[in-house]
Design a protein around this ligand. Sequence first.
Ligand code: ADP
Ligand code: MG
Length: 262
Amino acid sequence: MKIRIRGLEFSYNSIPALKKVTIDIHESEMVAIVGPNGSGKSTLLKCIDRILKPKKGVILINGKDIKDFNRIEIARTIGYVPQSVKQFFPATVFEVVLMGRRPYLGWRCSRKDIEKVFDVLKTLNIENISMRDFNELSGGQQQKVLIARALAQEPEILLLDEPTANLDIKHQLEVMEIIRRIVRKNGITAIVAIHDLNLASRYADRIVMMKDGKVFAAGTPEDVLTSANIESVYDVKVRIIKLSGRLYVIPLDPSKSSIDRL
Ligand code: ADP
Ligand code: MG
């Protein structure tokens, strides 16, 4: 699905967090949102999922204003994976993922719902923990369960807020591979807020770089991940190298003056 965001503005108690954000997201692409802490990545994802209601601007999904979607329509269209969930009421992994089927459930769940749950547990390679209590899992396992719950919704748009934050390097790659495979196979659109510029460069079709609630740069990894952009946005000097067609961002030693400022 195509997403058009035009002039989006959001404030928390009159402190602006998003300022005139305009972004176009094409069908079946994986877009990474990068930017320093506090640059507005999570706020942007929450506005797209209507958890937050922007005070100005529009978000169009295939031409339809998100304001005109009811809650069920949003849940059938958008799967949102929050950064973390502190504590769930006691529930097994199976039950948490089944909650993702809620937009489709009548009074009871059908065979199709159960099959879908097993299907996504398998996709994420977590069938073996399906009967474990969600609260007793490691952060990384919980993250995968939350992704499974969003996939069980069969959304056309997947929003992920730092899905790799709690994961070791193997699981970071695994989760990003899974997301990209789903984007390619099911033709869905994924928007991923992520800190790791190298993961963004490796997996995203396009990158949106944010700074102070504004879009600083947007385009292909090559367009966006330049040393000049990264220095302006993060105040870190880097070198960009290309290996086997992929870009890698290597931070250089901080200069003495920037350490003195710490
Ligand atoms: P990011 O996800 O890029 O780290 P956020 O979208 O969380 O950034 O935050 C953007 C800005 O909004 C920050 O200045 C942050 O302090 C502020 N902010 C985020 N959530 C809240 C909140 N619930 N109440 C007040 N201010 C908030
Ligand atoms: Mg955030």
